[in-house]
Design a protein around this ligand. Structure first.
Ligand code: RUB
Length: 308
């Protein structure tokens, strides 16, 4: 898998969704290790770092991407192995990340489904494998549930969600993003995914998520976030802000049809922790206020790297 090609696919959103981006980056680094022509360990790590930088620069808001790259690079850099065993270590570490990530999504489904009751109507936004894992697992357990899916303008990832859930046999109603307040009275729980979670428990997810959280809060509807622990953003402990990606205006409307009009297209937003009832991770369910604890446990090992 060519690094530049993979980065391009992530940038163009051919590969999308924070978990999927992370697994794809890990796979690209694995291929990079397998095909490396480096003659020394030092040269090999240098090449791997350059590849990692290219992948990380593809999309800025999903911390799963740099977390996946750093997980692999940290192992390589902190070992004193000769070239061949070092290559094997990188390949095994990439495989480990991918397997753990897939298991995490499954486990989130198992843990999160405990929070879904028979008869619930659930609202979800965009297309999150972690959030859908909760919904699908609850349904497979025999719970009678219905789902409202927002379309998620401008890229309509809600269409993917609607099709994915319908395929499972789950009754789905597709609505425009701005219809949430009309339907909130019919909703028992909101479940969304996350691209990044900051140390204060603030959640970065698809644009519109924070509006949804406000509406849920106003109507006292539970608001859950389903996220693997590598969606937590370690650098926010050091005060770093999470960059919100702004994509091309043409995704919103054809600028040629709107001469003189400025079109803006931020694709993620920040939901304050006060609006989040629970974060469902593969390690268990936690309030957003416990984010620091999870970051300390999960990322103790890269703290020194971040200080550099
Ligand atoms: C996708 C999005 C998803 C999160 C979590 O945005 O916001 O809710 O990435 O997804 P985009 P997952 O389509 O712009 O990548 O749970 O699958 O990691």
């Amino acid at each position: 898998m060519d690094i530049e090609k993979t980065a391009k696919k992530i940038k163009s959103m051919e590969v999308r969704g924070a978990g999927n981006i992370a697994r794809t980056a890990a796979l690209a680094l694995k291929t990079c290790a397998e095909t490396s022509k480096a003659k020394t360990s030092k040269e090999f790590v240098k090449g791997l770092k350059e590849a990692g930088d290219i992948l990380i620069s593809a999309r800025p808001s999903a911390v799963s991407l740099p977390n996946a790259v750093r997980f692999i690079l940290h192992r390589a850099e902190s070992s004193n192995l000769d070239l061949l065993p070092l290559k094997e270590l990188v390949i095994a570490t990439a495989d480990e990340f991918i397997k753990d990530s897939e298991n995490a999504v499954k486990r989130i489904g198992e843990i999160g489904s405990g929070r879904i009751s028979d008869g619930d109507t659930i609202l979800t936004h965009c297309n999150s494998q972690a959030a859908l894992s909760v919904i699908k697992t609850a349904f497979r357990q025999g719970k009678d549930i219905k789902v409202f899916a927002t379309e998620a303008r401008p890229r309509y990832q809600g269409h993917i969600t609607a099709r994915e859930l319908t395929k499972e046999g789950i009754p789905v109603t597709l609505i425009v993003d701005s219809a949430v307040r009309v339907f909130i009275k019919d909703i028992d729980k909101v479940i969304v995914g996350a691209d990044s979670i900051a140390v204060n428990g603030a959640v970065v997810n698809k644009i519109g998520t924070s509006q949804l959280a406000l509406i849920a809060n106003e109507s006292r509807t539970l608001f859950f976030v389903a996220a693997e622990s590598y969606k937590f953003h370690p650098a926010t402990v050091l005060g770093e802000l999470i960059e919100i990606e702004e994509r091309d205006a043409s995704e919103v409307a054809d600028p040629r049809d709107f001469k003189g009009v400025k079109i803006r297209n931020p694709v993620f937003d920040v939901t304050p922790p006060e609006y989040v009832d629970l974060i469902i991770t593969e390690r268990g369910v936690m309030p957003p206020q416990a984010a620091l604890m999870l970051i300390k446990e999960q990322f103790g090992w890269i703290h020194s790297d971040m200080q550099e």
